[in-house]
Ligand binder design. Structure first.
Ligand code: FES
Length: 170
């Protein structure tokens, strides 16, 4: 698969030409671009970047695991972001996180449901501390949220998913 080369050929060509292919300065921006476009950094992309920039795959994995921003697995269709910043923490964010993880069955420390429908991300601060605790589900932001309300937001989407599946299956 050469999606990465197709998508980023100009950037990579410019980088490799100007540096004989040993410039690591392009590595992080390139990984960021892949993640923006694909939602995560797949193995195929790592292999291609490794060849193009002549950086070992283990070095690339080192960068990917050092920076929390990078994902190595696909994200779910629905993003649930829960703030765990100080203001939200003191106003109950841990209870919101527990309720959502429990509702989605994410009890093993994973952040994405097995069916690939939901990914839960804990965020440092949304910049809306006066609304703490805050949770964002897809495009919907909810402030002063309670664990029950958080569960209801998730349940609503689960119901919609089930409805769509029903329609699709006739
Ligand atoms: S600490 Fe949660 S929005 Fe700022």
């Amino acid at each position: 698969m050469h999606f990465l080369l197709e998508v980023r050929s100009e950037t990579m060509t410019a980088t490799t030409q100007s540096t004989n292919g040993h410039d690591r300065s392009a590595l992080i921006p390139l990984l960021q671009q892949v993640q923006v476009e694909m939602g995560y950094v797949p193995k195929e992309a790592i292999t291609e970047i490794s060849k193009e920039l002549r950086v070992s795959t283990s070095d690339i994995f080192g960068v990917l695991t050092f920076y929390a921003q990078f994902r190595l697995k696909p994200v779910g269709k629905h993003m649930v972001k829960i703030c765990r910043g100080t203001a939200c923490h003191v106003r109950g964010a841990p209870l919101i996180i527990d309720a959502v993880d429990d509702e989605l069955g994410l009890t093993d420390g994973g952040d994405t449901t097995e069916d690939g429908e939901f990914t839960v991300e804990k965020v440092a601060c949304f910049g809306a501390c006066s609304l703490a605790p805050v949770m964002i589900v897809d495009e919907e932001t909810k402030g002063n949220i309670t664990p029950d309300q958080a569960r209801r937001m998730i349940k609503k989407i689960v119901k919609e998913i089930a409805k769509k599946a029903e329609v699709a299956n006739g």
